[in-house]
Ligand binder design. Structure first.
Ligand code: ADP
Ligand code: ZN
Length: 616
């Protein structure tokens, strides 16, 4: 064995090196399979604990574990986290100077590492393959393996080249890991990475600590600010927007209102992006406003909320993005504001976009599943998990469970709206977007309607029993169900493929009453300030919260001094564990989850001192 680790069993390494008591889920079976030399395909949700599934086998097996990961910017942190627990690791990528890379290669050949990280494009170079053949390789771990899926949202052509590993290293076990769970992606990973003989491990995909909430978009930025101020003040979060422009304007708007918000998108300079990533990891409470370019591979465990200001294109994308919240298992929020415009714009983008008919059909069905999730009147988690082929019970931790929406019979309003579209088309030869259709329904005279004598239409003003807001809600839900469609450049409304049975009265239309945008799902809002600033400490009493804050301050100063992210000193979950255990000795402290041998030696005395001086 190459490392300084003395434990010789998987459980021994888990406890001694990583400081955890027990394996989670299928970790131990996965580790056994790989330690025994077999291949594995691992589908596990974000935060499930995938890293240990290859790190522990790499430590236990002869030779070096090679980890393939798409994001070179994050390798330095991954290596630092391993070094922090006493594991010998390095990375080989283009950020190294040639002499540094040579030194890593020399040490690799000499068998001095447990783990080496590499990007796929580097690994598949003949030169690298040759280097690895001359070294002793213990295993290959292919992280973010869904990047091999061609219809997927993160496709990376270089991942296809990884199939060479099967022939080039026949005796070396390979483990592919991803947090994307659809059957299609699973199949593609198995085929394209030539993992025909692998054992498959499909975990429970539920993330019970994440509270899922989707609310109607009203003034989205104000809604977001309200969320941050009442529930996530001073906490780290990610806000996803669709366009670079809205990323920049939203970040600036939040910053003006005192939120520590920074923009991130692919159009920004590489050094700016790198700085933003580093700040997000190293500082506490940064809110990154970003396009989907941000997030993959960012293993920050204490992201407390993920917000979407625009509708994601698929449930896979949504689940992956929201999954970046609460990896540490502590309470976190996945929040989205979604409105009429999202439906119309996204459908239009698909219709008018590039790509084959097959591609468009695919995109439409992805979007429809996403819309169904937004409009569901039952448990969001049940629906999400069902999408990934998993049955579950009502969760009690999503907005529809906590605050079930009222359902009403909207058959007559739906018919009125459809009749209006048909009359406008038949009697005026006109088609309109939502604004004018609402004017006609509400009998509202203004620039748009007065000139064209719509008042004479029989449908003029037939919808006055509902407000415009209610009509927007009705229209949005009818669009999502394709009872109405918006077509062309201007999103003009026409009866959709599902309109017939509704018009003929053969089908009743049950719609949800939109909740007021700022309605809270439960009493978690912390308003009024005071007490601990971190949601992580919610479970602690007041005196304990003070101790937690003192530990957090100590952690910040250590992290600054060592120039590593605070969670690499100890995670929030470990700090809470320390507060709850009230240890007086290092032996007691070592019993806390997340306190391994190296960290005990390094930080034990300092932690006990903080506890002694602030103890309740
Ligand atoms: P993933 O890569 O699946 O998103 P990670 O490997 O980053 O998840 O693990 C998520 C968090 O859970 C990390 O902070 C990790 O240290 C912790 N963790 C993993 N396995 C265990 C375990 N058996 N016991 C306690 N904590 C664990
Ligand atoms: Zn639920």
């Amino acid at each position: 064995m190459t490392s300084t680790v003395s434990a010789t069993t998987a459980l021994g390494v888990l406890q001694e090196v990583f400081g955890y008591d027990a394996f989670r889920g299928e970790q131990d079976q996965i580790i056994d399979q790989v330690v025994g030399g077999g291949d594995a395909v691992v589908l596990m949700p974000t935060g499930g604990g995938k890293s240990l599934c290859y790190q522990i086998p790499a430590i236990l097996r002869e030779g070096t574990g090679v980890v393939v990961s798409p994001l070179i910017a994050l390798m330095a942190d991954q290596v630092a986290a391993l070094e922090a627990v006493g594991v010998r690791a390095a990375y080989l990528n283009s950020t190294l100077e040639p002499y540094e890379a040579q030194e890593v290669e020399r040490q690799l050949l000499a068998g001095e590492f447990d783990l080496v990280y590499m990007a796929p494009e580097r690994l598949i170079l003949p030169r690298t393959i040759d280097l690895l053949k001359r070294s002793r390789i213990g295993l290959f771990a292919i992280d973010e393996a869904h990047c091999v899926a061609q219809w997927g949202h993160d496709f990376r052509p270089d991942y296809l080249g990884l199939s060479v590993l099967a022939d080039a290293f026949p005796g070396v076990p390979r483990i592919a890991l991803t947090a994307t769970a659809t059957r299609e992606t699973h199949r593609e990973i198995t085929e394209r990475l030539r993992l025909e003989d692998a054992q498959h491990f499909v975990s429970n995909f539920d993330r019970p600590n994440i509270q899922y909430r989707i609310e109607p978009k009203d003034h989205a930025k104000d809604q977001l600010l309200h969320l941050i101020r009442t529930e996530h003040e001073g906490e780290a979060g990610i806000v996803y927007c669709m366009s670079r422009k809205s990323v920049e304007s939203t970040a600036a708007w939040l910053a003006d209102r005192g939120v520590d918000a920074v923009p991130y998108h692919a159009g920004l300079d590489a050094t700016v992006r790198r700085d933003t990533q580093v700040r997000f990891l190293r500082e506490e409470g940064i809110v990154v406003v970003a396009t989907i370019a941000f997030g993959m591979g960012i293993d920050k465990p204490d992201v407390r909320f993920v917000a979407h200001l625009d509708l994601p294109k698929s449930i896979e994308g949504y689940y992956q993005e929201t999954g970046r919240a609460g990896r540490d298992g502590m309470p976190a929020t996945a929040w989205m504001a979604y409105g009429l415009g999202d439906v119309v714009n996204q459908r239009r983008m698909i219709d008018q976009g590039e790509g084959s008919d097959l591609h468009k059909r695919n995109a439409r069905s992805h979007l429809d599943a996403m819309l169904a999730l937004c409009e569901t009147t039952t448990c969001r988690r049940v629906q999400l998990l069902r999408y990934f082929g998993q049955d579950s019970e009502l969760c009690g931790n999503c907005d529809t469970c906590l605050n079930p929406p009222k359902v009403w019979d909207a058959t007559v309003p739906a018919q009125k709206l459809l009749s209006t579209l048909i009359r406008l088309q038949r009697e005026r030869g006109e088609q309109f977007g939502s604004g004018k259709v609402f004017d006609v329904l509400l009998g509202r005279t203004n620039d748009r309607t007065s000139v064209s004598r719509h008042q004479e239409l029989s449908v003029w003003g037939i919808g006055q029993d509902l407000s415009e807001r209610e009509w927007r809600s009705v229209l949005r839900q009818l669009l999502a169900r394709r009872v109405v469609e918006a077509v062309g450049d201007f999103g003009v409304l026409v009866p959709g493929p599902e309109a017939g049975p509704v018009l003929r009265g053969e089908e009743t239309v049950e719609l949800a009453v939109d909740r007021a945008p700022t309605a809270r799902g439960n009493g978690r809002a912390r308003g009024g300030g005071g007490g601990a600033r971190s949601r992580a400490a919610d479970s602690l009493g007041t005196a304990d919260k003070e101790v937690f804050e003192a530990l957090r301050e100590w952690r910040t100063s250590v992290a600054k001094e060592k120039q590593i992210p605070p969670y690499m000193v100890f995670s929030d979950a470990t700090l809470v564990g320390i507060v709850e255990a009230h240890p007086a000795t290092t032996a007691q402290l070592s019993g806390v989850s997340g306190v391994g041998a190296k960290k005990l030696e390094e930080y034990g005395d300092a932690v006990l001192e903080v506890l002694a001086t602030t103890g309740p």
